[in-house]
Design a protein around this ligand. Structure first.
Ligand SMILES: [Zn+2]
Length: 100
């Protein structure tokens, strides 16, 4: 299930799919450091699929949108600075693999 994403060495793994019983959990491993995220799909009416994502244990919540490039967005600093981020890249991979 683990696969390299666009940043060399960074991988994402779905630990728990989101469902009726609660949000999903995925883990991003980068430079040997694991970060866990809780996420849930939210209604999105402007194109793409919307997800609420936050780092486990911390309160910062990001609304992340994935889809064709024009439909990708995220509220984090990384996306604002670079127009891409690990949240969008990670969720894009999970969507492409049909996991969410
Ligand atoms: Zn982001």
């Amino acid at each position: 299930m683990t696969k390299t994403t666009r940043e060399p060495g960074r991988t994402i793994r779905l630990l728990r799919p989101p469902g009726a019983d609660g949000p999903g959990i995925f883990r991003i491993t980068s430079r040997k450091k694991d970060t866990y995220y809780v996420f849930q799909e939210i209604p999105c009416e402007i194109g793409g699929r919307g997800f609420a994502v936050h780092r486990l244990g911390l309160g910062t919540l990001y609304h992340t949108r994935v889809g064709v490039p024009a439909d990708r967005s995220c509220e984090c600093m990384g996306f604002m600075a670079h127009n891409q981020c690990k949240h969008v890249q990670g969720l894009t991979i999970l969507v492409e693999r049909g996991l969410v």
